[in-house]
Write a protein that binds this ligand. Structure first.
Ligand code: GN1
Ligand code: CA
Ligand code: CA
Length: 270
């Protein structure tokens, strides 16, 4: 008996047993179970079936984890030197230091007289200090003069206090101020004086020039002959034979006039 037959018979027996157990009258099974037969021979292989259709390609598998890093490569060639960086900002000012606590020492003994070299060096040093101080003061004085209408030309400054006077008054006033009567020695100085006069509207001022010594020969107050002149046409004419002093007019031209006339006073400082 093969497997299938055997299984069917067992099923039948089980089914009958169940049926009988359900009825009131006990029944007697007429089927007698025999001994199982020997296994039959295996059946022959079936014919080769038709080739199946090609299946859909499977989904790709997940990416594997990265492998370990490779060996370090050889060192590269050094790159070119970079440009200098931008200069950083100035640092903050440091804090003020603590005040010293030392006491003045006792006065030392008078030193020996220095050698002539040391003495003269000291004098030179002293003089230089005084010169620097004077230069500072001069610069300050000049600023004030320019502020009050003075005019600077080269190393000369023309100034006025707005007063009037004759030639002698004017000369005295300028000398007392440490200067002289205005004496233009060139075109630039002449035009600076003209500018000062025209700023006042009109008028004229005495120059440090006259022919008081020798009629017809005009000299500076030092006695030297004039080297620069700017006479008005027809001048000097020694009008009425009483004109020995010189004025500059507001047009910049010169005229000889009586020394006792009243004119603006302009001095020069240098
Ligand atoms: C003036 O005022 P009158 O004409 O006499 C001037 C002279 C001049 C002259 C020129 C005091 O004289 O110096 O040479 O004009 N007098 C005065 O015309 O300025
Ligand atoms: Ca004259
Ligand atoms: Ca004249």
């Amino acid at each position: 008996m093969n497997h299938l037959t055997k299984s069917v018979c067992i099923l039948i027996v089980v089914a009958l047993t169940f049926t009988l157990s359900q009825s009131e009258k006990p029944a007697v099974c007429s089927v007698v179970q025999g001994l199982p037969g020997l296994n039959g021979r295996d059946g022959r292989d079936g014919a080769i079936g038709p080739k199946g259709e090609r299946g859909e390609p499977g989904t790709p598998g997940e990416r594997g984890t990265s492998g370990p890093p490779g060996k370090v490569g050889p060192k590269g060639i050094p790159g070119e030197k970079g440009n200098n960086g931008v200069v950083g900002p100035t640092g903050n000012k440091g804090e003020k230091g603590d005040k010293g606590v030392g006491l003045p020492g006792e006065k030392g003994q008078k030193g020996e007289k220095g050698s002539p070299d040391v003495e003269s060096a000291k004098k030179t040093f002293d003089m230089e200090r005084r010169i620097i101080s004077l230069e500072k003061k001069m610069s300050w004085v000049k600023s004030v003069m320019l502020l009050f209408g003075g005019k600077e030309v080269g190393n000369k400054v023309f100034v006025t206090n707005g007063q009037e006077g004759n030639f002698y008054d004017a000369q005295k006033m300028c000398r007392e101020a440490g200067g002289n009567l205005a004496t233009p020695r060139n075109e630039a100085e002449n035009s600076a004086l003209r500018g000062m006069l025209s700023a006042r509207g009109s008028g004229s001022t005495f120059l440090g020039i006259s022919d008081l010594q020798v009629e017809g020969t005009f000299t500076y107050l030092t006695g030297e002959k004039v080297t620069f002149t700017n006479w008005n046409p027809g001048e000097p004419n020694n009008n009425h034979n009483i004109e020995d002093c010189v004025v500059i007019l507001s047009n910049g031209k010169w005229n000889d006039v009586p020394c006792n006339d009243q004119r603006h006073i302009i001095c020069e400082l240098q």
